[in-house]
Design a protein around this ligand. Sequence first.
Ligand code: ATP
Length: 357
Amino acid sequence: MTGETLKIGVLEGDDIGHEIVPASVEIAKKAAEISGQTIQWVDVPIGYRALETHGHTLPEGTLKTLDGLDGWILGPIGHRDYPRRPEAVNPHPILRKRYDLFANVRPTRSYPDLGCLYDDIDLVIVRENNEGFQPDRNVVMGCGEFRPNEDVSISVRVITTEGSRKVARAAFEIARSRRKRLTLVHKNTVFKLGCGMFVESCYEVARDFPDVTVDEVIVDTMAMRLVRDPQSFDTIVTTNMFGDILTDEAAGLVGGLGMAPGLCIGRGSIAMAQATHGSAPDIAGKNLANPFAMIESTRMLFEWLGNNRRLAGASHMSRLMKTGIDAALARPETRTKDIRGTGTQLSMVDAILNAMN
Ligand code: ATP
């Protein structure tokens, strides 16, 4: 056995979450067995099933359990279909805030033959996670969006020096571990105060990273350049809403939402694996959902734990999972249909398991 036992939570979420999260855990369990990393897996209720069994989509006990974990795998949440009741909340913002998971790390990478628009994309978008325009997380009481009268709606965008510096530091660290290039995406030409503060904060942090080259791109230009020359980017950092939109656009370059993984990180020693996509109720239970994004997010969690805690076993797990994923993506018969495959979710998972040795 290798080092400390990791306590990892399993939160299936909704719809396709009940398929792709157990698949990710099965693959991680095999990787852990081979690498000798001991893991205590903890099932934690969340989402619609938790509403039925515990009377709340985010039961109090769930938060208490998460407090004692090293990290967790969160499946997609179908909160838009929840009944309109106070107990049926969207758990995302609460989790990201409570555990100070202020940076959402979303990589975009090309794989051969599966419908990528270019063969050589390899970039990471680091999205600020806890402020910006998102009205459910930018205030401690009330709501960051309101309607003074029937014909007027006001959305408040919160940008702070602290939030900007934190996400910038996370992005610089990632850039330093890659090709040492960081692009700041903003629109300080219009949002002189909000985006202005974000950009200034990023440059303050840049002083600690003289080895990283920094440039800036205005967000609308970025939307165009991601389509025209995504290869010219390495690591990108941006505010919450811009990051939300650009990461879906980036997913479109490499095969769609099923190819868009993510890891939420903060300054603490925990992280949360969370794919970019939603719960896709239209394909739930049909063996159609592409499990890549969830499995890759899980791999990123173990890679991060391996680096952060210096756990050779977790790092080994990540390498094994990568070998399995690469093998499954290489053949049409072991890929799902959304990425030019003839296989199913189950054939993809089997191929990953078989290739991990
Ligand atoms: P949210 O706003 O919660 O992120 P969304 O509006 O982006 O949700 P999704 O649930 O992500 O919606 O689904 C959008 C469409 O993308 C779905 O109809 C589904 O066909 C497709 N999709 C999403 N995830 C996957 C996946 N893992 N595999 C295959 N197709 C997917």
